[in-house]
Design a protein. Sequence first.
Length: 138
Amino acid sequence: MIELPQNKQLILFDGVCNLCNNSVQYVIKHDTSNTFLFAPLQGETGKAVIKKYPDTLKDVDSIILYNPAKGISTKSTAALRIAKYLRFPVNLVSVFLIFPPFLRNAVYNYIAKNRYKWYGKREHCMIPTQALKQKFLE
């Protein structure tokens, strides 16, 4: 069981992906309502969520949004639902949720497939600063 504080959502991300790490930093900076917590997919929390939803998450390796009340979102749906909670004008991209997932995910999958080539890869998962530690789960 993955316990989160009330009114929090968990973003699981590829901890060795530079694009994913930069995206997490962006969300932290623009999450003015303090909605999100974070955990790398490679950590204990990430593994627990994947174990809870094995059929849905067996091939997901980039981003997962976990909401205890609503379950999980993946790929473009997760990214757009996260954007909805960020400041203007980024929150406007959530309008793309009106498009079918197979269209949105075609773009998402292309970026995800090339993210290491374009943005690079780290040897280890990101280690949060002391100021950000309360936003991260292991």
